[in-house]
Design a binder for this molecule. Structure first.
Ligand SMILES: [Fe+2]
Length: 495
């Protein structure tokens, strides 16, 4: 068990951590020491071993003068036969857009065993960029006000986010498995760069990536392992993946594919050549070879020991998602030119058999096929968790007609979804058009914020989407819920 705190002092300070079965710490059952030092921005992590499986514990930190931290609560994973386990899954918590009501709700509901954050825990932009000044919540003042590039910038941004009361409460009452997505470094990052990194003015990408990783590992309750597996009794193996900075090659851009083409015939020819050429390149990497091999071995080992579910805890959608070709006709007037241009391009790509988002697994079909084939070879009951899009998605996953498993994409905590720029299309019309266009897609919600709880039993996995009543006001009231289940061995969702 990893315990996290932050303690700012005049100089490096030795803290004592304690673990107790009772909240009053009358009889701590484990104790140890860890240093809080400026080298780690005063963040400190204690690692506890020897705890009993499948139970709640309390923990705290003590400073040399006797001052005690607030009491935290955490939980060990079960071992062996287990009845149920519940994951509370989050992504895309942008401070500037509003309150983290999803975090507040799960703390109050008190019905999850583990929090899982799929990335975009912070955003790197300058104040006034995303959100722009019109969309920014005036109660949410960002620091630093500039885009974060250097180590000190990243540290200060984490400090801002982690001062949020609902974020603090979430971490106080639940353990977390977290993965970074792009915005913990820079938008649309990959191994060797990012869309939102300009080396002429922002310096070397390698230095920025190292700063982003360091601040994340200081400020988040995580180990330094780039990817890892966690065994949840006989219920599940959770595979925490890095689809961003470990092995990802640069994203494709349809603008580049279409550059210099001046008529529709040339556009179609270029898209066809791209689809059968570069896009389908069997060598293309998202996880990288080492992580690919590790995951394939892990999936096989998990099913070999009779584990019910194999769960990918990762960033981006793996289901095939194309833009509805019918959409362009429905958008009507009143949308800005850049949105129209984007829709025209995505409708054209869809017509050519190409996906909506080249930054997701859809831009790396060979890498996806390797994972799907490994899951089929292992006879896995695969559940893929994904964030990144700000919208809710549920897919049945297939490979050459074979059922691979299911995917649940979680809506964002606070970042805006499709509704913010497709304002002239009703969300239910958009969701229906997306489901009609995409064979694997069973359900979508394109307009609500929130989180989801995935309840695992050996026979069934049931996901409940919990929608917040917006993010403008701090509130734990839900606007509604949606339940989607899958039976073990079915490889399909009951929507
Ligand atoms: Fe995001």
């Amino acid at each position: 068990m990893l315990l996290w705190t932050r303690y700012v002092a005049e100089a490096e300070t030795a803290l004592t951590w304690q673990v107790s079965e009772t909240e009053d710490f009358a009889k701590p059952i484990a104790e140890g020491s860890v240093a809080a030092s400026p080298a780690r921005d005063w963040c400190a992590k204690g690692v506890v071993t020897g705890l009993s499986p499948d139970r709640w514990y309390f923990y705290r930190f003590l400073a040399p003068g006797g001052a005690a931290s607030p009491v935290g609560r955490t939980r060990t994973l079960p071992e062996g036969p287990s009845a149920t386990f519940r994951l509370a899954v989050f992504s895309c918590s942008n401070f500037g857009f509003g309150w983290f009501n999803a975090y507040g709700h799960v703390a109050e509901a008190n019905d999850a065993d583990l929090a899982v954050h799929l990335g975009d825990y912070i955003y790197e932009y300058a104040a006034g960029t995303y959100p722009d000044t019109g969309a920014a919540n005036p109660e949410r003042v960002l620091a630093p006000t500039t885009e974060i590039v250097a180590l000190t910038d990243y540290r200060l941004r984490y400090a801002t986010y982690r001062a949020d009361p609902d974020c603090q409460r979430l971490h106080q009452v639940l353990p977390m498995i977290a993965v970074w997505d792009d915005h913990e470094s820079a938008n649309d990052s990959y191994k060797d760069g990012a869309q939102n990194h300009q080396s002429e003015t922002e310096g070397d990408w390698a230095a920025r990536k190292a700063a982003a990783k360091q601040a994340y590992r200081e400020w988040m309750p995580v180990s330094d392992a780039p990817y890892a597996a966690y065994q949840v009794g006989d219920l599940a193996t959770l595979f925490r993946l890095d689809t961003r900075l470990e092995g990802r090659e640069k994203q494709f851009s349809l603008e580049t594919v279409l550059a210099g083409k001046t008529d529709p015939q040339a556009d179609i020819a270029a898209l066809d050549a791209f689809r059968t050429g570069e896009w389908a390149n069997p060598e293309r990497q998202l996880l990288g070879q080492a992580q690919d091999a590790w995951l394939a071995e892990g999936l096989a080992a998990s099913t070999a020991k009779g584990t019910a579910w194999q769960v990918l805890v990762q960033q981006v959608l793996i289901g095939n998602l194309k833009s509805p070709q019918s959409l362009y006709a429905q958008i009507g007037d009143g949308l800005p030119d850049y949105v129209r241009q984007r829709l025209t391009a995505s409708a054209m790509a869809s017509k050519a058999g190409l996906p909506l988002n080249m930054d997701a697994w859809d831009g790396y079909p060979a890498a996806r096929e390797r994972v799907f084939k490994a899951a089929l070879a292992a006879d896995a009951n695969l559940i893929v968790l994904a964030g990144d899009t700000h919208n809710g998605w549920a897919f049945d996953l297939t490979q050459d007609g074979a059922k691979v498993g299911v995917e649940l994409g979680v809506c964002s905590v606070s970042s805006p979804g499709f509704e913010s720029y497709l304002s002239t299309i009703k969300p239910d019309v958009l969701a229906a058009a997306l489901v009609a266009e995409n064979e694997q897609l069973k359900w979508a919600d394109t307009a609500q914020r929130g989180y989801m709880v995935v309840e695992l039993t050996t026979a069934r996995a049931t996901t409940e989407y919990r929608f917040s009543t917006g993010v403008k006001q701090r509130s734990t009231t839900l606007a509604g819920t949606k339940r989607i289940a899958t039976d073990k061995g079915s490889g399909t969702l009951a929507v």
